[in-house]
Every structure is written in structure tokens, then in C-alpha cells.
Design a protein around this ligand. Structure first.
Ligand SMILES: O=C(CO)COP(=O)(O)O
Length: 249
């Protein structure tokens, strides 16, 4: 039985001052052992949020990392820096990073390997555009993204990863995939993992849905057999996030 993982992706929101206030509101109401709870926060907020979640079951994630160990990479953050700061998870391959910052499948693969080498859990994002969905090529597209991301990663390491299926047309648009649409693709991703690895690995890996998940639609989405959690943007910045965490209460 896979434990659900509910992760907030704060994106480029929350100054340190705002992060402190959000933590004071959210931590008391979102702290639980029923699901894994993660706050993925901007780099500048990491130390503050790590301090705030101390003594709770909530983990902190980063929104990006660079795949080199150290050196002359102005503006980048290494896996060692994240680990030292108390980070446990790291998002990679988000469509915003692929789109605005030209993150490629090769970068994502390197980032996943570096994260795993350093003991961080990658949250590897994939998902199709509206055009790709309408053209009916979304399965092929997602299979390609997944195969590229996991290139050269062992079955043992792959099983530790989290995959987030985030259809681009559902991100920040208020247009959620139906539970059936989300389940169809999450189930398909699990099949792709079985093809690449084996049934055991595919059964272990956790697959989240992301895209306008909120307190109103989370229960239906999270009740599907292949949806093991959510990656939540907008609704992670308010009290509503706690309602998603307690979707089954
Ligand atoms: O991109 C997302 C999470 O990574 C989803 O964002 P929204 O929940 O705001 O649609």
C-alpha cells in the first residue's frame, strides 16, 4: 500500500516574512502522519521553513537544483546545499521550468541522478499541452518524458522517486483534469514504469496528480487507485491546503 504524498509547490510566491506567517497558519492544521506532507518552497525560504517544521511530520522540498556538485555556476543551488539545509524532496521538470527556463529531458535526467546520489527524493514532473491532448498524442509524449527522465537509473532508485503528472492545460487555469482523465494517465505512467523496470518497481513508485487540485476536487482524484497524491500550486498558499491533506477525514 503506497502512502499518499500531498505536496505544495509554492512556486515564486512567499517572501521570508510571508513564509513565516503561512507556516504559522498551516503547520498546526496540516501536520499529520496519515499522508506525507511536503512544502516545496523557494530557495530563499528553505532555512526558515525547515526551522518552522522542526518537530512535526512535515518535510521540506526545493523547487529546483543543479546537477553539478559545486563550482562556477552563478545562481544555481547544489544537492549538497539542499541536503545540508534540511531538504528532503526536490521538484524537477516542472512545465514552467521546461517552458520558461528551457529545462530539457537530459537536464531532468541528470538532476534526478544527482538528487538520488545525495539522498534527496526527486519529484519528477511530466505532462502534455492542450494541443498534444487534442491531437491524441499525450500517451506517447508522456512515455517519452518518463523514459528520458529515468534513463540509467536503477530499479531500486526509481522506486524511491515520485512522479507528478501535471497536464499543462490544467495548471493554474482552474480547469482540473477529471478524476478519470487523471487516473487514465497515472495508470499509464505506472505501466510505462513496469515496461522500463518491473512490476515491483511500478507498484512502489508514487504518482501524484497536479493541476488546479483543490479542497473540492481532491477527494475524487485521490480516491483513484493510481493517484498517490497531489502536487498543489495555488491552493498550497492558503488554509485550504490543510483540507486537501485531510481529504479522507
Ligand atoms: O503546477 C502545479 C503544481 O506544481 C499546479 O498548480 P495549480 O494547483 O495552481 O494549478
Amino acid at each position: 500500500m503506497r502512502k499518499k504524498i500531498i505536496a505544495g509547490n509554492w512556486k515564486m510566491n512567499m517572501t521570508i516574512t510571508e513564509a513565516k506567517a503561512l507556516c504559522d497558519t498551516l503547520i498546526p492544521i496540516a501536520n499529520t502522519n496519515e499522508v506525507d506532507v511536503v512544502f516545496c518552497v523557494p530557495s530563499i525560504d528553505i532555512s526558515t521553513v525547515v526551522e518552522k517544521v522542526k518537530g512535526t511530520s512535515i518535510s521540506v522540498g526545493a523547487e529546483n537544483l543543479y546537477f553539478e556538485d559545486k563550482g562556477a555556476y552563478t545562481g544555481e543551488i547544489s544537492a549538497d546545499m539542499l541536503v545540508d539545509a534540511g531538504v528532503k524532496y526536490v521538484i524537477m521538470g516542472h512545465s514552467e521550468r521546461r517552458g520558461y527556463f528551457h529545462e530539457t529531458d537530459t537536464d531532468i535526467n541528470k538532476k534526478a541522478k544527482k538528487a538520488l546520489e545525495k539522498g534527496l527524493t526527486p519529484i519528477i514532473c511530466c505532462g502534455e499541452s492542450l494541443e498534444q491532448r487534442e491531437m491524441g498524442i499525450y500517451f506517447e509524449w508522456i512515455a517519452m518524458q518518463i523514459k528520458a527522465a529515468f534513463q540509467g537509473i536503477s530499479a531500486e532508485d526509481a522506486a524511491k522517486c515520485v512522479i507528478a503528472y501535471e497536464p499543462i492545460w490544467a495548471i493554474g487555469t482552474g480547469k482540473t483534469a477529471t478524476a478519470e482523465q487523471a487516473e487514465e494517465v497515472c495508470g499509464y505512467i505506472r505501466k510505462v514504469m513496469e515496461e522500463i523496470y518491473n512490476k515491483e518497481t511500478a507498484e512502489k513508485i508514487r504518482i501524484q496528480y497536479g493541476g488546479s487540485m483543490n479542497s473540492g476536487n481532491c477527494k475524487e482524484l485521490l480516491s483513484k487507485p493510481n493517484i498517490d497524491g497531489g502536487l498543489i500550486g495555488g491552493a498550497s498558499l492558503k488554509e485550504e491546503f490543510a483540507k486537501i491533506v485531510h481529504y479522507n477525514a
